[in-house]
Design a protein around this ligand. Structure first.
Ligand code: SF4
Length: 282
């Protein structure tokens, strides 16, 4: 049996930075995160045990003692941050710089009168946050079919940005169709390079692997996309959150096992999975 671990598996730079900011803030004052800091239950639970509370909506602020709210790497809408500040909470902004760049593009372009198109999942917190920086109408496109539902007039001008973790290949298809429809649109490439590299490596790896393991949180968008990308190349692709989810009797001695992981998967979980696979007895 051969095990090949993707070089890009695990924390990306944005998640790593956000985690460092939480660690630095712990113990100094009351710390909240606006939503789970990353889409990984194990990490969130560890922080909870150290006193970090997760806020899920702004109404909760009225019943909580003042403290510091950490904005996670996905970012948040401008109005939400303004409400937190107006209620007296301090803010530590751990928005990933790549996401922050999208906020600036959307804020500036909508100020100039352009409507905004976001390619991404409408309910994903990053997309919700990006939407919150526009002063114009926002259209969210999740699938190529959504383009047909856009209400467009000849006078409309658009600015297009993409959720940083969106599937690169689907993004290309959507943009091609938009361009064929002759929509006046300024396109900003905003899929983050870490995501693109991870997805490209996952494709290559799942082409040579006989079985693929994708490790990551069930609510992690980039993990879900990695899973689908790997599954399209390698039928025996397994999505797990921790080593405990691993079913070892599916592997055999002739397997080439590829392992990759989402951007919010800690190193120790990846190492534990590798160790468990190595210990498999045939
Ligand atoms: S996946 Fe990219 S955009 Fe998202 S947090 Fe990581 S580095 Fe930032």
């Amino acid at each position: 049996m051969e095990i090949i671990v993707a070089k890009t598996a695990g924390f990306c730079f944005g998640v790593d930075k956000a985690i460092q900011k939480v660690n630095k803030a712990i113990g100094k004052e009351i710390i909240y995160t606006y939503g789970p800091i990353i889409h990984n239950q194990q990490v969130v639970k560890t922080f909870e045990s150290k006193g970090v509370q997760v806020i899920n909506n702004l109404d909760e602020l009225d019943h909580l003692p003042l403290g510091t709210i950490i904005i996670r790497s996905h970012g948040a809408g401008k109005a939400d941050i303004d409400v937190m500040k107006s209620k007296g909470f301090k803010i530590i902004d751990a928005t990933c710089p790549y996401v922050k760049r999208i906020h600036k593009i959307v804020e500036e372009s909508s100020r100039q009168g352009n409507k905004i198109i976001i390619i991404g999942s409408p309910l994903h917190p990053e997309v919700v946050g990006i939407k919150g920086w526009s002063s114009q109408d926002v259209y969210i496109i999740d699938t190529i079919e959504d383009i047909d539902n856009l209400l467009i007039t000849q006078e409309d001008t658009f600015c297009l940005v993409t959720q940083t973790t969106f599937n690169f290949f689907m993004y290309k298809e959507i943009v091609n169709k938009l361009q064929k429809n002759e929509i006046h649109v300024m396109i900003y490439e905003t899929i983050c390079s870490a995501t693109e590299e991870r997805q490209l490596e996952a494709i290559d790896l799942s082409k040579v692997a006989t079985k693929m393991i994708v490790i990551g949180g069930k609510h992690s968008s980039n993990t879900q996309k990695l899973y689908h990308i790997c599954k399209s190349q390698c039928e025996d692709t397994f999505l797990i959150e921790t080593a405990e989810d691993l079913v070892l009797n599916v592997f055999d001695d002739n397997d080439i096992i590829g392992i990759t992981a989402g951007a919010s998967t800690p190193k120790n979980i990846i190492e534990e999975v590798i160790l468990n696979v190595r210990r498999t007895k045939f």
